[in-house]
Design a protein around this ligand. Structure first.
Ligand code: DQA
Length: 146
């Protein structure tokens, strides 16, 4: 089983970016934790981050050739990007949307997600655990539908 993790803009700054909102873990630490959990659960996890919408679209299209599903934190593009929504719909792989912070407890513009309607599920507000819970949920979903 192959899972592709896609991180959107500014998540490369994790660890020093608004730590009161996003915590102290770096993106490298999150990726390591996801790869470790993937191994425990029998999945190969690959992680990718970009600050560029088109690069994220390219990655989703390319990764779909071998990925069974996606864990996606599209960051700010969650709230704006029809292109990412269409890319995920276009490759027709199950995905889980995750956020470190609870987007519903924040500004109104963060309450709308262009991706959520097409997702298997959404995990928001548990810090790094949002990613790990999202990966568990996706792998369970993939095993059930295998
Ligand atoms: C985020 C929440 C988004 O609203 C924000 O733009 C981010 C990070 C999160 O993980 O909490 O960059 O996706």
């Amino acid at each position: 089983m192959n899972v592709e993790v896609v991180h959107g803009p500014n998540l490369n700054l994790l660890g020093r970016r608004e730590p009161e909102v996003y915590g102290h873990a770096t993106l490298a630490e999150i990726d390591q934790a996801l790869e470790r959990l993937g191994r425990e659960l029998g999945a190969r996890v690959r992680c990718y981050q970009s600050n560029h919408e088109g690069a994220l679209v390219d990655r989703i299209q390319e990764a779909a050739a071998q990925a069974d599903g996606f864990v996606v934190n599209a960051a700010a593009y969650t709230h704006t990007s029809v292109a990412l929504r269409d890319a995920l719909a276009g490759v027709a792989r199950p995905y889980v949307e995750v956020h470190l912070s609870n987007v519903f407890a924040r500004e109104r513009f963060r309450h709308r997600s262009y991706l959520a309607a097409g997702a298997v599920g959404v995990v928001s507000g548990f810090g790094v655990d949002s990613y790990l819970l999202g990966l568990r949920g996706l792998i369970d979903h993939l095993k059930r539908s295998a």
